[in-house]
Design a binder for this molecule. Structure first.
Ligand code: NZQ
Ligand code: ZN
Length: 390
C-alpha cells in the first residue's frame, strides 16, 4: 500500500426525510443562500417546495440559479457568480444530480476570483477562497455530493474539464434515497454505469498491495450490479435506491483510492465525447469501458481481470486466465447493454468517425500523453478504442 493522507470532510445526512436538517445546517454558515438546480425535475417531484418551505421557516433568504444543463456550462456558472456577488450569498446549495452540484461548486469557487471563471477550471491553484457548498442529491451517479471535483463544459471551445480544489467538497450533503424514485430509467442506468466506472478507474491500478481497497471496490461493483437492475424494474424500491446512493458516494470519495497509485483513463476519453457531442456521461462510459478493457488486456494485466472476473462476476477461478478475463469483459458489456439497456455503440448516440481523431488527442492533452495506470494508453491507442466502440 502506498502512503496517504485521509480527509473526507463532507458530513452526510442519509435517509428518508433527512431534509429536515436543512435549516439547522445552513444557519451554521449564514442566512443568504443561492439555490442551484436543473431543468425542473425538483419542481415536479416536490423537493423544491419542501426545501423552500424549510428555508422560509428558518428565516433564510434565498436566490435561485435554475436551468443548469446536464453537462453544465461555464456560462451558467458565470450567472451564478454574478448573483452571489450582487447579493452577498453565504452558502451555495445545489439540489439535483452531478450537474447542479458541479455548477454550484464552481460558482462557490468563483465568487472570490476576479478574472474569467474558466481560468479556475483550467487551473485549480487559482482558487483561493470557496463559499461553503451543500447539496441535496437527487440522482445516484457522480459522487459529486462527497468529492471535491467539478466537471464543466465550455461549448465555445468544445472543452469539458475537471476543476479541483479541496475546499470544493460540500460541507454537508443530504442523501434521501426516496428523492431518486423519480429518476427515469435511462438516467438510473447511466448513473449506475458511472458509479461502476469510478470504481474501475481506481481498481485497475498497478498497486498490488491494496488488498483491502480492492475488496471494498469489488463490493461497490457487486452492489451496483445487483441493485442497478432492481432500481430499473422497481423505481421506488428503497433498498435498491439506498444502496445505489451510498455506492455513488463511496465510489469516488477517496476511500477506494487511498493507498493506491491511480490515473484515470476512460473518464478522460468520455469527457471528450460529452464535450463534442453533449451526450450523457454514463452512457459514453458504458460504451467505451468494455472496449477499453479488451484493449488493455495482455500478459501483464490479465491477473487483474482474473480478480475482477472471479470476485465480481463469480466466474470459476479454475478456468484459463484469459477465458476468465474475456468472460468478465463480456459480462460487463452484457450488463450495460442488456440489463441496463444502455446503447452498445457510439453510432447509436450520434457519434461518427469524423471527430474521433481530435477527441483522442484532446483526451491526453492535460495528462502528459497517456491516460490510465494499469496499462496507460496514448492518443493513437485511444483512437483504436474509439474505433472499436463505433
Ligand atoms: O435537470 P433536471 O430537470 O433536474 O433533470 C435531471 C437531468 O435531466 C434528471 N434528474 C436528476 N435527478 C432527478 C432527475 N429526474 C427525475 N427525478 C430526479 N430525482 O437527470 C438528468 C441528468 O442530471 P445530471 O445532474 O446531469 O446527471 P449526473 O448526476 O449524472 O451528472 C452528470 C454530470 O456530472 C459530471 C458529468 O461529466 C456530467 O457533467 N461528473 C461529475 C463528477 C464529479 N463532480 O466528481 C464525476 C463524474 O465522473 C462526472 O464526470
Ligand atoms: Zn463519472
Amino acid at each position: 500500500m502506498v502512503d496517504f493522507e485521509y480527509s473526507i470532510p463532507t458530513k452526510i445526512f442519509f435517509g428518508k426525510d433527512k431534509i429536515n436538517v436543512l435549516g439547522r445546517e445552513v444557519k451554521k454558515y449564514g442566512s443568504k443562500v443561492l439555490i442551484v438546480y436543473g431543468g425542473g425535475s425538483i419542481k415536479r417531484n416536490g423537493i423544491y417546495d419542501k426545501a423552500i418551505s424549510i428555508l422560509k421557516e428558518n428565516g433564510i433568504s434565498y436566490y435561485e440559479l435554475p436551468g443548469v444543463e446536464p453537462n453544465p456550462r461555464i456560462t451558467t456558472v458565470k450567472k451564478g457568480i454574478d448573483i452571489c456577488k450582487e447579493n452577498g450569498v453565504e452558502l451555495v446549495l445545489a439540489i439535483g444530480g452531478g450537474s447542479a452540484i458541479d455548477c454550484a461548486k464552481v460558482v462557490a469557487a468563483g465568487c472570490d476570483y476576479e478574472g474569467d471563471p474558466w481560468d479556475i477550471v483550467l487551473d485549480g491553484s487559482k482558487i483561493k477562497k470557496v463559499l461553503p457548498i451543500a447539496s441535496i442529491l437527487t440522482l445516484a451517479a457522480t459522487g459529486s455530493e462527497m468529492d471535491s471535483w467539478a466537471v464543466i463544459n465550455n461549448m465555445e471551445t468544445n472543452e469539458k474539464l475537471i476543476a479541483a480544489h479541496p475546499d470544493m467538497a460540500p460541507t454537508f450533503s443530504i442523501l434521501d434515497p426516496t428523492y431518486t424514485f423519480t429518476v427515469p430509467k435511462n438516467q438510473t442506468a447511466a448513473g449506475t454505469a458511472d458509479i461502476m466506472s469510478h470504481v474501475f478507474e481506481v481498481y485497475f491500478s498497478n498497486t498490488k498491495t491494496a488488498y483491502l481497497q480492492d475488496r471494498m471496490a469489488e463490493a461497490v461493483l457487486r452492489t451496483c450490479i445487483k441493485y442497478g437492475k432492481i432500481a430499473l424494474e422497481h423505481p421506488s424500491d428503497y433498498e435498491a435506491r439506498a444502496n445505489l446512493m451510498w455506492a455513488s458516494s463511496l465510489a469516488i470519495n477517496g476511500l477506494l483510492t487511498y493507498g493506491k497509485d491511480t490515473n484515470w483513463s476512460v473518464h478522460l476519453m468520455e469527457h471528450e465525447l460529452s464535450a463534442f457531442y453533449d451526450i450523457t456521461h454514463g452512457v459514453g462510459l458504458a460504451i467505451l469501458t468494455p472496449n477499453w478493457m479488451e484493449y488493455i488486456l495482455n500478459n501483464d494485466t490479465v491477473y487483474k481481470f482474473v480478480e475482477y472476473g472471479v470476485n465480481v462476476w463469480g466466474i470459476d477461478k479454475e478456468k484459463n486466465h484469459y477465458d476468465i478475463a474475456h468472460e468478465a469483459i463480456e459480462k460487463t458489456r452484457d450488463y450495460f447493454v442488456n440489463a441496463l439497456g444502455i446503447p452498445a455503440r457510439l453510432k447509436e448516440v450520434g457519434i461518427g468517425e469524423d471527430k474521433l481523431d481530435i477527441m483522442a488527442k484532446e483526451s491526453v492533452k492535460l495528462t502528459g500523453g497517456t491516460v490510465g495506470n494499469l496499462r496507460p494508453v496514448n492518443a493513437n491507442e485511444i483512437l483504436e478504442i474509439f474505433k472499436k466502440s463505433l
